[in-house]
Design a protein around this ligand. Structure first.
Ligand SMILES: Nc1nc2c(ncn2[C@@H]2O[C@H](COP(=O)(O)OP(=O)(O)OP(=O)(O)O)[C@@H](O)[C@H]2O)c(=O)[nH]1
Length: 439
């Protein structure tokens, strides 16, 4: 699955999974069958019974049916009774027991036939913090006392109902942190008629003994759910951040590409605009370019301006004698002379085939002829091409002052007429509209 697809669908299936898990946690947990660990009946289990007759007491104990865990405690009248009961060993050495802390309940099915009103159900927990291997009594004694009439026949004891016996706490020096029942290393579980057994026979059969609890403790279960939420949330953020980082990179790449493309297009547009405004051969402005430039110039017409219309003399002859390519070179040569002899603010254009127009700015009427004749002289005095094949070129110029009350066309028309005059009087000369300045 691509990162993009994952990032797009992830929130949906994460939410779905989280909701499902939460539902399972809240509802499903109640319906999971409990975990049951059966201690009895178990024919291999080590079981024994004990009375106090061997130590001078008045209670004798005997098996009624060992297989069924049925035994009898008989009280002899003239001796004191201390204890009599049944033990199930969960450890061979009484040191390594079993951890039953994850269970909730101890369930017992028992048959009691006794006039003794109470019965003790007890456990021993071995902890090296307070127990020693050579003293069986040092294992914590955890007890639950029940009325015999409450055994009917099943007795369910919550582990939280067990208490550490006071006599055990009093007879051992136990630090405070160990005075609560511990179930992490149970070595023994038993049932005991206790002391002061009434005279007569007291029978007890332990039919079944089971531990029961949840497969997963509720606390742990909810921790898992929270864990899944956290892992899911973290995964979500991770995938989202990878996705958006990639997108950002892609956008950046695209932005850079667009930038360079934009620059390319802008350069192309500049080139095209330039090409549209310039004569390809000479690089001078063409008619269109000059007209555009004039638009900006007319906005600032608070200075004297002159128009110089220049035409190469007998250019046809040059073309005919030297060829069209040489003719082109002459045009380029003239363009260079015009550029070299005009100022930065002036406009120089190729106006027709061999015709050029100079729009000279900020020029007094008295200087127009000087400029026109200077250009004419430069053209005539500079020989084109190599010394082996020299070519003398001349040009005629018609020059006028662009009067403030005139349009460009009107002024140009006057320049054209003067150029015509210059051609008429023999070419290679400049004619202006300023009196007494004819060359
Ligand atoms: N090589 C070249 N020749 C051109 C170009 N444009 C126009 N011409 C030529 O310029 C010549 C102009 O000839 P005409 O109009 O008869 O003028 P002219 O020969 O210069 O004679 P006058 O102007 O009367 O002195 C023509 O032969 C055109 O073909 C160009 O771009 N390159």
């Amino acid at each position: 699955m691509s990162t993009q697809r994952l990032a797009e669908t992830f929130p949906r299936w994460l939410l779905f999974a989280a909701l499902l898990l939460t539902l399972l946690a809240v509802v499903g947990h109640q319906f999971i069958p409990p975990r049951v660990h059966t201690l009895l009946p178990d024919t291999n289990a080590t079981r024994f019974i004990y009375g106090d007759s061997d130590t001078g007491g008045g209670t004798r104990v005997e098996w009624l049916d060992y297989e069924k865990n049925a035994f009898r405690c008989s009280r002899v009248a003239d001796k004191p009774s201390h204890y009599c009961g049944f033990n199930l060993a969960l450890s061979e050495d009484y040191i390594s027991g079993i951890d039953i802390a994850a269970f909730d309940e101890l369930r017992l099915v028992m048959t009691v036939n006794s006039t003794k009103p109470r019965l003790s159900i007890f456990m021993r927990n071995y902890n090296p913090a307070y127990s020693t291997p050579d003293n069986g009594d040092s294992a914590q004694y955890i007890v639950f006392n029940v009325r015999t009439e409450d055994i009917d026949p099943e007795l369910v004891i919550g582990l939280d109902e067990f208490r550490v016996a006071d006599w055990w706490l009093e007879s051992h020096d136990i630090p405070r942190q160990y005075i609560k029942p511990e179930f992490t290393n149970i070595t023994l579980i038993g049932a005991n008629f206790g002391s002061n057994l009434p005279v007569g026979e007291h029978d007890l059969e332990i039919v079944r003994m089971q531990l029961q609890g949840p497969w997963v403790a509720a606390e742990l279960w909810y921790r898992w759910v929270i864990g899944v939420w956290l892992v899911g949330g973290f995964g979500f953020l991770l995938i989202q951040s990878v996705y958006y980082a990639r997108r950002a990179k892609g956008s950046e790449r695209r932005y850079r590409w667009l930038q360079s493309r934009h620059k390319q297009l802008r350069d192309q547009a500049d080139n095209l605009r330039d090409m549209a405004q310039r004569d390809k051969l000479t690089g001078l402005l063409n008619r269109y370019g000059l007209e555009l430039s004039l638009d900006t110039l007319t906005h600032h017409r608070d200075m004297p301006v002159a128009l110089l219309l220049l035409d190469i003399d007998h250019f046809k002859r040059i073309n005919d004698r030297r060829g069209h390519n040489q003719g082109d070179k002459v045009l380029i040569h003239i363009a260079n002379i015009l550029n070299d002899n005009t100022r930065a603010g002036d406009l120089v254009a190729r106006w027709g085939g061999e015709e050029f127009l100079i729009v000279a700015c900020d020029i007094d009427a008295s200087e127009i002829y000087t400029l026109a004749d200077k250009i004419r002289t430069r053209i005539f005095s500079e020989e084109c091409f190599s010394a082996e094949q020299p070519l003398s070129v001349s040009a005629s110029v018609g020059a006028v002052q662009w009067r403030p009350d005139e349009t460009f066309e009107q002024s140009l028309h006057r320049a054209d007429e003067l150029l015509y005059q210059a051609k008429g009087i023999g070419r290679n000369c400049a004619v202006t509209d300023q009196p007494a300045t004819h060359g």
